[in-house]
Design a protein around this ligand. Structure first.
Ligand code: GUN
Length: 281
């Protein structure tokens, strides 16, 4: 029987701490504001953006909302970002991804002032993480580190396998685990003998984007399993990349979907917004 790693409770704990920090900043006369930009009306993005704005309200920081039409040009978006870069009353800028196909995401991310890059996607933020310098860290992997630490799971010296190599999760996740002194392997869709590789893990982080792909043959008995996936199963029910029912009985701890990694992402975004004040001073 595995311990269920409760992301809802841990994220709430973090948000309560941030609420206090936001109140302290207000007392010192410092307001914190996040600008959220969405282009088009991708239904999943609408939900994420709504939750991000609700999160700001919950901890007591401001949010500015820019809901732009699908046909917004790249130049129009870039000029809004430049305007927000220059505004002293805006601390964080978040452009919700994905963007419509006619807009180049890399160009847009690069246009955000690294000091306001609360998503941690700017090449300068990624480079800083890589060489251990201060900067914003991508929210989902940062949330996973918090989830492990606050659940009493030590990382140092552990064999960690990260399944997935995306810029948003897999790569920064690996760097963060390395920073915590883990031994890290990155596996992906082309990895040979994948079950053998993932079965080495004391801590297995799965961000491969395939519903219920990870069954118990991929998991060492007693491992900690972190599931980053958010998918719909054949009955349209939310599920992760891990087959929870199959894996849970043999691991020592596991995150559920929903209620595991998901809530941590917004908590870490809010944390980055509060941190932005220190980075900008
Ligand atoms: N789309 C999916 N996840 C994210 C995220 O963390 N940040 C942004 N900006 N877009 C996303």
């Amino acid at each position: 029987m595995a311990a269920i790693i409760d992301g809802k409770t841990v994220s709430l704990q973090i948000k309560e701490e941030l609420k206090q920090k936001a109140a302290d900043l207000r007392t010192q006369g410092t307001a914190v504001t996040l600008a959220v930009i969405q282009v088009g009306d991708n239904p999943a993005s609408c939900v994420y953006v709504r939750n991000k704005k609700k999160g700001c309200e919950y901890i007591g920081i401001g949010s500015l909302s820019y809901e732009l039409p699908e046909e917004t040009t790249q130049d129009e978006l870039l000029s809004l970002i430049r305007e927000l870069n220059g505004r002293g009353d805006v601390n964080g800028i978040l452009v919700q991804l994905p963007l419509p196909a006619h807009i180049d995401e890399d160009t847009v991310i690069k246009a955000i002032d690294p000091q306001k890059d609360v998503d941690g996607f700017h090449p300068q933020s990624v480079g800083a993480l890589c060489i251990g310098q201060p900067g914003f860290v991508s929210c989902t992997p940062a949330g996973i580190i918090q989830l492990l630490k606050r659940s009493g799971i030590s990382i140092e010296g552990k064999e960690c396998v990260v399944l997935g190599r995306s810029n948003i999760v897999g790569k920064p996740m690996s760097l963060l685990l390395l920073r915590e002194n883990a031994t890290v392997t990155i596996a992906h869709s082309r990895t040979k003998n994948l079950k053998e590789v993932t079965s080495r893990a004391d801590i297995l982080i799965v961000a491969i984007g395939k519903p219920k792909m990870i069954t118990r043959e991929y998991v060492k008995e007693g491992a900690v399993v972190i599931d980053v996936g958010i998918n719909r199963d054949e009955n349209n029910k939310l599920c992760g990349d891990v087959d929870f029912e199959d894996v849970e009985p043999i691991c020592s701890a596991i995150t559920p979907v929903p209620g595991g990694v998901g809530p941590m992402t917004i908590a870490m975004l809010l944390n980055n917004c509060i941190e932005s004040v220190r980075l900008q001073s």
